[in-house]
Design a protein around this ligand. Structure first.
Ligand code: ADP
Ligand code: MG
Length: 319
């Protein structure tokens, strides 16, 4: 297997703050990697850093590297980045309305991407778009082509956004909470659709979610993030079988079990600190059931586990 994306010791600053640090992972061709954590964990900043979008929010990469298919993107000039975005790297965001123009027919919005990045003429782009809509299991693609975003359901709109992200035939998809705005049954359909596309097209994907059940359903590997840093990574099989970080255990504990509706979705007690209030030592220690004095004082190193590692002082301990 060859590596399509390698992020190493990534560090991001916004003004005088450092909201993101020590994020490392590698993604092989054909794999899906999950970035998981509660809101405020640093998932979107990681995605923006990879996509070269930090300048939009006054941010910048201040350390580490982002290597895509062998070349470091951290020094890539904006014109080259513009080709890469929507070209070899497709982005799917949480809210379809930030990606879709309400005043244009959805089909023509997909055409534009293929024309720009693949140099197709008008009719070739149109044929390709209709084909793509069919591939996304959109019924009657030739008529959907002519509709405006407001004429479509949330799930359909998100399929259009996925079609836009695929239009230039990318190698890598970055999906930032692609189903968070949708209702539960539609969420599961969209995740299944994405997984099938990745498999059939041999694509790679970074799938961002706050939901461990999405990781279980769709990912090969996972990086668990908390308060702007990675706390555990590994294969999905190993992480679910034997989570080593108390935060990972807590996230897995949030997955509802049993009969639908029999148990309400649980959350983790407390909230993620904001960047101005990241604690000393282990950032999770104020919420951690296992915390001891060392946790408040010393930032834990990564301790290797089966097929991964966890940044917890007790990650090597039994239980
Ligand atoms: N534009 C910004 N300015 C200042 N801080 C920000 C900005 N965007 C994100 N942050 C901070 O960075 C941290 C991580 O945010 P984010 O990457 O959006 O988390 P997630 O996507 O996991 O919810 C949070 O503490 C957030 O407040
Ligand atoms: Mg986010």
């Amino acid at each position: 297997m060859s590596t399509i994306l390698k992020v190493e010791a990534l560090r991001v600053a916004i003004g005088a703050l450092t909201p993101l640090s020590s994020v490392s992972f590698s993604l092989e061709k054909g794999e899906t990697l999950g970035l998981v954590g509660e809101s405020g964990s640093g998932k979107s900043l990681t995605a923006m850093a990879i996509m070269g979008l930090l300048p939009l929010i006054g941010g910048r990469i201040t350390g580490g590297s982002v290597v895509f298919d062998g070349s470091d993107l951290t020094a890539l000039p904006e014109p080259a980045y513009r080709k890469l975005r929507g070209g070899r790297i497709g982005l799917i965001t949480q809210n379809p309305m930030t990606s879709l123009d309400p005043l244009k027919k959805v089909g023509s919005q997909i055409d534009v991407v293929a024309r720009l990045h693949l140099g197709l003429d008008k009719s070739a782009a149109r044929n390709r778009t209709v084909e793509l809509l069919g591939e996304l299991r959109i019924p009657e693609p030739a008529s959907i082509y002519h509709l405006y975003p407001h004429q479509l359901s949330g799930g359909m709109k998100q399929r259009i956004v996925i079609a836009m992200a695929l239009a230039a035939d990318p190698d890598l998809l970055i999906a930032d909470e692609p189903t968070t705005a949708l209702d539960v049954t539609v969420q599961a359909q969209i995740i299944r659709l994405l997984s099938d596309l990745i498999r059939d097209r041999g694509l790679s994907m970074v799938l961002i979610t706050h939901d461990m059940s999405v990781v279980a359903q769709a990912c090969d590997k996972v990086v668990v993030m908390y308060a702007g840093t990675a706390v555990e990574y590994g294969t999905v099989a190993a992480i679910f079988d034997d989570p080593r970080h108390p935060y990972t255990k807590a996230l897995i504990g949030c997955i509802p079990r049993g009969l639908a509706g029999a148990q309400r979705l649980k959350g983790i007690e407390g909230t993620v600190p904001s960047v101005a209030h990241y604690p000393q030592g282990c950032r999770f220690h104020p919420r951690c059931p296992r915390a001891e004095a060392i946790c408040a004082a010393v930032s834990p190193p990564f301790i290797a586990s089966r097929d991964g590692a966890a940044a917890c002082h007790f990650a090597g301990a039994v239980g």
